[in-house]
Write a protein that binds this ligand. Sequence first.
Ligand code: PAF
Length: 287
Amino acid sequence: MDRATTVAELRARVRAWRHAGERVGFVPTMGNLHAGHLALVDAAREVCARVVTSVFVNPTQFGPNEDFASYPRTLEEDAALLEARGCDLVFAPTVEAMYPRGTRDHVEVRVPGLTDELCGASRPGHFTGVATVVTKLLNVVAPDVAVFGQKDYQQLLVVRQLVADLALPVDILAVPTVREANGLAMSSRNRYLSAEQRETAGAIYATLRAMAAQVAQGLPIAAIEADGLRRLTEAGLAPDYVALRHADDLSRPADGERRNLVALIAARLGPARLIDNLLIGKDIIAP
Ligand code: PAF
C-alpha cells in the first residue's frame, strides 16, 4: 500500500490508475479505524479496482470546546489495518496541506436547511466544516465512488446534497452501521468509554428499536420521542435529542406515517457524545 501526504503525490498516483482505465473508490475517515471503517473499505473494493482512504482529523468540523486536540491519532495502526484490507493508498495530509492559507479564511461550503437542526443545532459550524473538507477531498481524489457510513446519517444527507448541488461527478455509496454485540454503533469515540459505559450505551440502539416498534403501532410522534428521552435518561445517558424524521430530508413526519422514516439519537455518556440512527420502513438508502 502506498502513502501520500501531499495533494500532488496523491493526484499523480490516482492519475496513473485512471490512465490505466481503473475505477477509483474513496473512503474519507478521521482515522482511529475500527470494523465500521473497514466495512466502508470493503464496499469500495467491491465496486472499484482501486481504493484510496484518507486519514485526516479535520479541524474545521470541531467546535472550540470539542475534542479536536484529544481525538485519537493512530496512523501506523490505521495503515496496517488498511493494508491488510486491500486498500491501495492512504492519504494522510497535514492540516497545512489541506488548508495552506490557514483554516480561518478558507472558502466554505455551507449546506443550508439540512444542517440547522439535530447535530447541526448542538454543534454550530460542524457540518460546514464537514462539507468543506469533503468537497476538497472529493476534488483532490476525484473518485468514481465515495463511501460513507450510515451511522452519521445527517452527514450522509449533507454530502448527498452538496454533491447534487455542486454537480460533483461522484457516486455516493452508503454502508450500514457496524455494531457491537449489544447494539452499540462502532465509533472512534467509543474509545472514551469504560467497559461499564459501553454496556450502558447499548441503551441507544435498544431505544431506536423501541421507537421503530412504536411507529409500527401507530403511536404519536411526540409520545415516541418523549418515551425515547425517558428510556435514555433512565439508562444513565444524557440525551441531546431523540427524533423521528423523514429519511430523505429529515423533515418532520405526521402522526401515523410509517414508511421512509429514520429515528435519530444523540446522547452524552461520560466524556463521549454518541450518535446513532435506525431506518424505519426503508431497507436501503436510496442514492
Ligand atoms: O465521518 C467522518 O469521519 C468525517 O466527518 C469525514 C467525512 C471524514 C470528514 O472529515
